[in-house]
Every structure is written in structure tokens, then in C-alpha cells.
Design a protein around this ligand. Structure first.
Ligand code: EPU
Length: 434
């Protein structure tokens, strides 16, 4: 299992470019199931979750093809036929978002068999709201040996109000509604830029959707969709992570290729905390300055402070002056990184869904373990600020969502290397086992 070894205390300087958004590419790739035409997606990051998505689609009979070298972010997908409309447990358990195929499979083929995802490191994460929405459109669902088996003749438009805001839930039900007969009105939908990106792609494929970026989506179902080309939006979470990396190391780091409008909540909080940022066009530059002040945040659905940046912000707050209270409202168990940060010297107390971070606390390198994708990003940031060497284990989590993180951090001055599993040395004189 790979580990990252990071020697901290070096400011990151230079320019780092953000890739395409993993969480936009995921539903956009699933959208290929809605048509027999060809989808050409550009700026698809080369990360583990999207490789898993390709395997998932290929197992259903989809032709997929990604360029190599500099063209590796261009992915071609074509679901001429879907002989096997199934998402197997082996893939779903490694990536919960695999359940996104349920809506499009049902809409296109009238049947789907998708494994239930089970528990997750950051919370229970049920998909009940996806299922209720699909039932509203006429799907017949039953649970069988850990799988949801869904059937429908032709889905029919209806009115559905999400009981709470769900990102992939909105995407899943929306992808079913675009091929349903008649009008569907979805209320209390997620406003995340990734949902809007999916809507843009669906519109290019011939879907009729009004209300993108608002809580109410009105869909006029169509009988067929066709192929399209689409460029995935920049990854706002990756961008936010790099901005925080610039600040925590006191560097002058330009994060380019982002959309600052998607990062409003983070940038506002950082400036309030005293961060010196130059924001313009598609970039944000961190400027060295005085120590930041501890500042509270509460995670919320977009356009609020993203839960996917809470762990990384916590790392920054360990170095700010005074206390900061971080309140997590989206997932019930998203403070696993705090315990590892404490092992590096941070002063953090957890009370229910609140983390109280007192800074500045000198961080010292240690052996730590990543528990999920964003937790691992938080440990990377802490390691970049810590004195001495940090070894982060289980970094397959970070590979799920950040492309070649060590190379990109090295290019801006980070002392970061990846090591593989150490092969135990054979004692002298021992013979090889057969
Ligand atoms: N929820 C339900 N029932 C449902 C669906 C959701 O109760 O049927 C609850 C969840 O348990 C959670 C809340 O609603 O408490 C919001 O969850 P949501 O469905 O919005 O999360 P998601 O769609 O599973 C996406 C991102 C996550 C991100 C969340 C919140 C993708 C592929 N994943 O997950 O990204 O944290 O939205 O913004 O889009 C990540 O990239 O590291 C990541 C975890």
C-alpha cells in the first residue's frame, strides 16, 4: 500500500493548475447510459474514482476509451446497448457514487440491479431519497440480497420534493426524469455547480430542463437523447485544497484554472480570517502575511461552506491565532482527521458535530493514517506545515480524487514523495519460498 512521505516547513511557491471536477465527471459519465450516441468528455481528471466509473460502465457493456499522455483527460463513452444493467457490489463498495447509474439505467432500459452501498467512513449515507424519487416516477423497486432491483415500463413525469438536499440524489432522479413521459417537477434540489454541469451536458444531449442552479427543476421528458461533447468544470474542492496549502505554508501560490465564483464561501471566510488573497479571472493567489485569526465555519449545502473542505480548513485553523469552532451539518462522522491532527500536536476537541480548534499549535511530523479522501488532504496540509517528516498511510484515499498529488506539490516546492509497500528483507542465508 502506498504512503506519502512529506517533509514540512517549506512554503509552496509558484503555480499549480486545477483539474476537472471529479464530482461533476462522475454523473456526466453516468449520463452516457441515457443515449446510444457518443459522449466526449474533456477535462476528466485521471483519478481512481473515475477509473472505477469506467470499469463499472464497461461491465454493463459501454465502450469507453481514454486518451493517453496529454490526452488522458479526454474520455469517450458510448452505450450502444446495455446488455448488463447492473452495478456489482465489488465496485459499489469501493465507490458509493456508483449508485448514480440507477436512474439512467432505469430510464433507458427499464431495469437495473444496483448494489446497496453500505456504510461509509464519514456517515451512514443512505440513498432512500434517490429511491423515493424514482418510485414517484413509476419505478417498482425491491431489495434482493443486498441489491436494489428496479423495473419500470416507461417512467412517467411527476412532482417530487426531496426531503433534504442531496447532490447525487438530485442527479440520479434528474437523469431518470429526462427520459420520462411528460413533465417532472423536482423541488428542494441541490444547487452545487456539479449538478449544474450535469444539466448543461444533458441539455447538449437534447434534454429539456429549466431551473438549473435553482431549487426547482422542471423537466419535459423526451423520447431520446443523442451524443454530445462537454468540458467538465474545474474542481472547486481541489482548488480550495491548494489555496489552503498555499496559506498553511505561508507561500505565494497561484492556483489557476479555477472558477472563483464556486469558491465564494471559502474565499470570504479566509479573507475574514485575515488571509491575503489576490483573486481574479480563473486564479487565486495566496500572499504571505501575518498569522490568520481563528474563525468559525459551519458546513452547508452550496453555496454554503463545503463539507468537502472542512477537514482541510481544520488543518489551517490549527495554525491560526485563537479558537475556531467548525460545525459539520452534512455528515455525522466527518471528524476522523481531527484525531490524527491531534497526534501531530494540534489542539482539537470534538463535541458532537462541533470541533473546537485552538491555535496556533506547533505541528510535528508523525506517522498518520488517512480515513477518507478529504481527511487525507487535511493530513497532507498539516504535514506541509509540520516540523520534520510525516508519513501518511492509506493514501489510496487521496488517489480517489486528487491526480498525482505528490508530483504537483513537488512542482511548487513541496518535499513530498510516494513510497510503496516495503518488501521485508530476507534474513541472510534464507532460501526463497516456492
Ligand atoms: N442523504 C439521505 N438520503 C439520501 C441521500 C442523502 O439522508 O437518499 C443525506 C446524507 O446522508 C447526507 C446528506 O443527505 O447527510 C447529504 O448527502 P448527499 O446525498 O448530498 O451526498 P452525496 O451525493 O452522497 C456528494 C459528493 C460528496 C459530498 C456530498 C455533500 C459526489 C460523488 N459526492 O455526495 O463528495 O461530500 O455530496 O456535498 O458528488 C467527496 O468528494 O469527498 C465527497 C464525499
Amino acid at each position: 500500500m502506498d504512503k506519502l512521505v512529506i517533509r514540512g516547513g517549506v512554503p509552496l511557491n509558484g503555480t499549480i493548475r486545477v483539474g476537472g471536477a471529479k464530482n461533476a465527471a462522475l454523473p456526466c459519465m453516468a449520463a452516457c447510459l441515457l443515449t446510444d450516441g457518443e459522449l466526449l468528455l474533456d477535462q476528466v481528471p485521471d483519478v481512481r474514482d473515475l477509473q472505477t466509473t469506467r470499469h463499472l460502465l464497461e461491465a454493463m457493456g459501454v465502450e469507453t476509451d481514454a486518451g493517453s499522455g496529454r490526452a488522458r483527460h479526454r474520455v469517450r463513452l458510448q452505450a450502444r446497448e446495455i446488455p448488463n444493467p447492473e452495478a456489482a457490489y465489488e465496485l459499489v463498495k469501493t465507490m458509493r457514487a456508483s449508485t448514480l447509474v440507477l436512474g439512467p439505467l432505469l430510464a433507458r432500459t427499464g431495469r437495473a440491479r444496483v448494489s446497496l452501498p453500505g456504510g461509509c467512513a464519514i456517515g451512514a449515507r443512505p440513498i432512500n431519497l434517490h429511491l423515493l424519487g424514482l418510485e414517484k416516477l413509476g419505478a417498482r423497486l425491491r431489495q434482493e440480497h443486498g441489491y436494489i432491483v428496479a423495473e419500470a415500463d416507461r417512467l412517467r413525469g411527476n412532482h417530487y420534493v426531496f426531503d433534504r438536499i442531496t447532490v447525487t440524489g438530485t442527479e440520479d432522479v434528474l437523469m431518470a426524469a429526462v427520459l420520462a413521459e411528460g413533465e417532472t417537477v423536482l423541488e428542494n434540489c441541490a444547487l452545487e455547480p456539479e449538478v449544474v454541469d450535469l444539466i448543461e451536458l444533458l441539455a447538449k444531449m437534447g434534454a429539456r430542463i429549466e431551473g438549473a442552479g435553482t431549487p426547482t427543476l422542471r423537466v419535459q421528458g423526451v423520447a431520446r437523447l443523442h451524443g454530445a461533447s462537454h468540458r467538465i468544470i474545474p474542481d472547486r474542492i481541489e482548488a480550495g485544497t491548494f489555496i489552503l496549502a498555499g496559506l498553511i505554508t505561508g507561500g505565494q501560490l497561484t492556483v489557476s484554472g479555477l472558477n472563483p465564483l464556486h469558491l465564494r464561501a471559502l474565499l470570504d471566510r479566509l479573507q475574514e480570517a485575515g488571509a491575503r488573497l489576490r483573486i481574479g479571472g480563473d486564479l487565486v493567489e495566496t500572499l504571505p502575511g501575518p498569522r490568520l485569526r481563528g474563525l468559525d465555519i459551519t458546513t452547508a449545502e452550496y453555496p454554503g461552506f463545503a463539507t468537502d473542505l472542512q477537514a482541510q480548513y481544520m488543518a489551517l485553523m490549527t495554525q491560526a491565532e485563537g479558537a475556531a469552532i467548525l460545525t459539520e451539518t452534512i455528515f455525522e462522522n466527518r471528524f476522523m482527521h481531527a484525531l490524527e491532527l491531534v497526534r501531530m500536536g494540534a489542539d482539537i476537541k470534538i463535541e458532537g458535530n462541533r470541533a473546537i480548534v485552538r491555535g496556533p499549535a506547533p505541528l510535528a511530523g508523525a506517522a498518520v493514517q488517512a480515513s477518507d479522501l478529504r481527511a487525507s488532504a487535511s493530513l497532507v496540509l498539516a504535514a506541509l506545515a509540520a516540523e520534520g517528516e510525516t508519513i501518511i498511510d492509506r493514501i489510496y484515499h487521496i488517489d480517489r480524487g486528487y491526480e498525482r498529488i505528490e508530483e504537483r506539490l513537488r512542482a511548487v516546492g513541496g518535499i513530498v514523495r510516494r513510497i510503496g509497500r516495503l518488501i521485508p528483507q530476507r534474513p541472510a542465508g534464507a532460501t526463497a519460498a516456492s
